[in-house]
Design a protein around this ligand. Structure first.
Ligand code: CA
Length: 417
């Protein structure tokens, strides 16, 4: 996908459900700027093969939703360390769900693997990280978000391309307009493709004549494999390995784009952390130390880059790669993250939210999604308990402190701001 997709992904996984924090869209059908903008797009659409009838059918009654502009320009109020991303994205629950998906779709995944040369575990890992195996598609009406972003804000040319691509997918019958929703920026379906990516990459794997990444798991999983192949996937190769650095290693050599032949890394004393030998060839490899020299280190190969291309964020690529390893039976990262306050699984996040709800905080449902409301409540509790830093982070320390305290012993605050 595009770099936009990483924003989409973050919004999906770490925002409070939008319904819980966003006021209803303000109807702006009469907005002359929006109306004029749509009228001008109608002509552009026709030049791209979208008939006026298609355009009118899907834009009739459309209203702008200005709240997506806030998300376009939002600066995160809180920062999220890598170990928090990974503890939520690669938790025991997702591994169990992924293994169930491998079982349930074994024949399909074998056919996908046969056709594209991408192994089942990698395909399922992408599915799990992108949409939690089809559970989380995003709640924003796609045409509303994309038309608004096409007519307002600082990335109108980009979003016009996405809006028109969506109309073309509708015209071609690949997708249905009913209930068409996605992230605020337009990623949708099982694979969370942006519409232009969908147009370019999606395949019809169940042979019903439609490329349906919303309603068809075969189409979605094959399209995921197709994306990885187009990004340079090499059949049968690993994405990389967790490694151990020798004492005094010059960490200035780290970085995904600083590739060297594998023997050049081995010659410096780098070994696999599990004691197994590194591959005995001269494939290009890069060293990743995402949280610095005192955290886990990885040597990554070409297939890591293919995963990275799917959603250009190191946290995303690592989550997907590590989940695929867990699905193969691996036990996870061996080295410790450089923190004394580890991250929480989604089960633990729900436990933490339940404790916050019991203390009177209005944070919506205990859904395991740590958004701004949950983080403000955590911050207030950190202050109350004298925990430092009071950074609103959902970590092991605040969970343990609230569990030790038991039921609330002080009058609950009336509500969070
Ligand atoms: Ca199909």
């Amino acid at each position: 996908m595009t770099s936009r997709a990483s924003v989409v992904w973050l919004a999906l996984l770490f925002a409070t459900p939008l319904a819980a924090q966003t006021p209803a869209p303000i109807p702006l059908a009469a907005d002359p700027v929006y109306a004029q903008c749509l009228a001008s797009l109608r002509g552009v659409a026709e030049k791209q093969g979208i008939t006026p009838a298609t355009f009118d059918k899907h834009t009739a009654g459309l209203t702008a939703d200005m709240t997506v502009l806030d998300l376009l320009d939002a600066q995160p109020e809180f920062t999220t360390p890598l170990w928090d991303y990974l503890s939520g994205l690669v938790d025991d629950q997702r591994v169990a769900d992924g293994r169930a998906a491998l079982d349930a779709h074994r024949d399909l995944l074998a056919r996908v693997s046969q056709a594209y040369g991408v192994d089942a575990e990698t395909v399922v890992a992408v599915w799990g990280v992108e949409s939690d195996f089809g559970r989380v598609f995003g709640k924003r009406p796609l045409l509303v978000s994309l038309s608004t972003l096409s007519c307002f804000g600082r990335r109108q040319p980009f979003f016009r391309g996405e809006f028109l691509a969506t109309l073309k997918l509708l015209q071609d019958g690949d997708i249905q307009p009913e209930g068409l929703s996605g992230s605020w920026a337009g990623a949708f379906g099982h694979t969370q493709f942006m519409p232009t990516t969908y147009a370019r990459i999606a395949v019809d794997f169940d042979d019903d004549g439609r490329r349906d990444l919303v309603g068809s798991i075969p189409d979605a999983l094959a399209s995921t494999a197709n994306y990885l192949v187009r990004s340079g996937w090499r059949t049968g190769e690993s994405w990389g390995h967790e490694v151990k650095l020798p004492p005094g290693f010059d960490v200035a050599q780290a970085g995904r784009t600083n590739r060297k032949p594998l023997p050049a890394w081995i010659a410096q004393g780098i070994t696999r952390i599990d004691g197994q030998p590194l591959p005995a060839d001269d494939r290009a490899a890069a060293l990743l130390i995402p949280t610095g020299a005192n955290g886990p280190a990885f040597l990554v190969f070409k297939n890591y880059d293919a995963i990275y291309a799917y959603n250009a964020a190191e946290s995303y690529a690592l989550a997907t790669a590590l989940l695929s390893d867990r699905l193969r039976g691996g036990t996870g990262i061996a080295a410790a993250w450089p923190t004394d306050d580890p991250g929480l699984s989604r089960v633990q996040r729900r436990q933490l939210q339940t404790l916050l709800l019991a203390r009177g905080y209005s944070i919506g449902a205990a859904d395991g999604m740590v958004g701004t409301l949950t983080r403000r409540a955590i911050q207030a509790e950190q202050v109350r308990l004298g925990l430092q830093p009071a950074d609103g982070r959902a970590g092991a320390k605040i969970l343990a402190a609230l569990q030790a305290e038991g039921p609330p012993v002080v009058p609950p605050p009336s509500s969070t701001p």
